[in-house]
Design a protein around this ligand. Structure first.
Ligand code: 13P
Length: 408
């Protein structure tokens, strides 16, 4: 159950002076290690899936696993699309279960970045999903030597940051103040003065990309100046690879399971170290108590038709499936026919929305309005509908209640 609203999660971190890790995962080993570390340290956590990594795994399969892991976790979790490359990727991520999305239009000029980001924000907010935008440019590539992809770091300008946040209404801002993605030689020099001024200008949770390679002291200074989310990947990939290299050296003929032995533990211990250092450890109970849970809504319609052939009803259902399932915030569209012949109602729609906000945005969406007015309502005057949320037993939070008492 502890999938929580990511805006609430990061607002809590921002107000209370700590940062939540956005850890990119590329396999089940990463997923289990990240959740394991969060549970061990009682930390809120963001499972992050970067679009640039989609060539290494199947996004839909990884999302199914991430969502299942989040729901059964004993700590609050959010699932985030990292470096979303387009409006379409953001819609796909939301409809597949992400409850936070990043739109990365940072390579564009300021006006184009603003308009690309605005478009995603309008869509995502209509689904209740918060958006991270990036201004300035953090060079490098995750998991590789930063020096191989030097690019030109473009520092975030304070004045542009103010205008960007005002115009786009992003919920979190990724800033460029000297970090780079990937492995670095030596310590980067960070522009803390710039960060402080950006924080004073925008007053929303700030995000740092390229967390690998920073010192504990640098992390503390980042957090003191408004950073509430830290993206982290390369150090986890390196910890995993070094465990694998050791296994290979011990037995050059070992198979796959031999090679990945200990990988999960290596990743987990690095994630734990971050959670303790960034101050998110021990915060799970407060976050769970103060954040709205992230729950889908089921939109159900049962109906009868008058003097219409079953074939015609089926055509309408198929059309509905095709059109409605593409509306932002719709996770799935199921249509069906009653099993019992004497059922009071014969046909049914079950449409799952990612969050309660979608009840309204779906109702008003042009594709829904057109379909409903032109195809569905004319044949189904006799219908009833309900939007409902699954009732849930209270999660097992005994251990977290203990943490709340301890922190009070
Ligand atoms: P590192 O790979 O440098 O930790 O950066 C990760 C990141 O910023 C993902 O968006």
């Amino acid at each position: 159950m502890p999938l929580v609203n990511m805006r609430d999660m990061l607002d809590h971190a921002y107000r209370n002076g700590y940062a939540v890790g956005g850890f990119d995962l590329v396999s089940l080993d990463f997923l289990e290690a990240i959740i394991g570390a969060a549970e061990k340290t009682r930390s809120p956590v963001i499972l992050s899936l970067a679009e640039s990594h989609f060539e290494y795994y199947d996004f839909e399969l990884a999302m199914a696993a991430a969502e299942h892991a989040a729901k059964r976790a004993a700590v609050p979790v959010a699932i985030h699309l990292d470096h979303g490359a387009s409006y379409e990727s953001a819609v796909q991520a939301i409809n597949t279960g992400c409850n936070g999305v990043m739109v990365d239009a940072s390579q564009l000029a300021f006006p184009a970045n603003v308009s690309a980001t605005q478009k995603v924000v309008n869509m995502a907010h209509a689904c209740g999903v918060p958006v991270e935008g990036e201004l300035g440019y953090v060079a490098g590539v995750e998991g590789e030597d930063a020096e191989k992809h030097p690019g030109d770091v473009i520092y975030t300008s304070v004045e542009e940051a103010r205008a960007y946040v005002e115009r786009t209404k992003v919920d979190f801002l990724a800033v460029s103040i000297g970090t780079v993605h990937g492995r670095m030689r030596g310590r980067p020099k960070l522009d803390f003065d710039r960060l402080k001024r950006i924080n004073e200008a925008v007053k929303i949770p700030l995000v740092i990309h390229g967390g690998t390679g920073l010192s504990d002291e640098q992390f503390h200074k980042l957090i003191t100046n408004g950073v509430a989310k830290i993206n982290y990947y390369t150090a986890l990939a390196d910890a995993a690879a070094s465990a694998m290299r050791k296994n290979m050296a011990n037995d050059t003929k070992g198979g796959y399971t031999h090679m990945i032995h200990g990988v999960r533990d290596a990743i987990r211990s690095e994630v734990e170290r971050c959670m303790i250092n960034w101050g998110s450890a021990g915060r799970a109970a407060e976050v769970l108590a103060r954040c709205q849970s992230w729950q889908p809504v089921q939109h159900v319609i049962i109906y009868n038709v008058d003097n219409i052939s079953n074939d015609h009803v089926e055509t309408v259902m198929n059309r509905g499936q095709a059109v409605l399932s593409k509306i932002p915030g719709v996770r799935r569209v199921i249509t069906g026919t009653a099993v019992q012949e004497n059922s009071k109602y014969k046909f049914c729609w079950l449409i799952e929305f990612v969050y309660k906000t979608v009840i309204e945005s779906y109702r008003d969406h042009i594709d829904h309005v057109t379909f409903a007015n032109e195809l569905f309502r004319p044949i189904a005057s006799n219908r009833i509908s309900i939007d409902f949320m699954q009732s849930t037993a209270s999660p097992n939070t005994e251990h977290l209640q203990h943490d709340i008492r301890a922190s009070a």
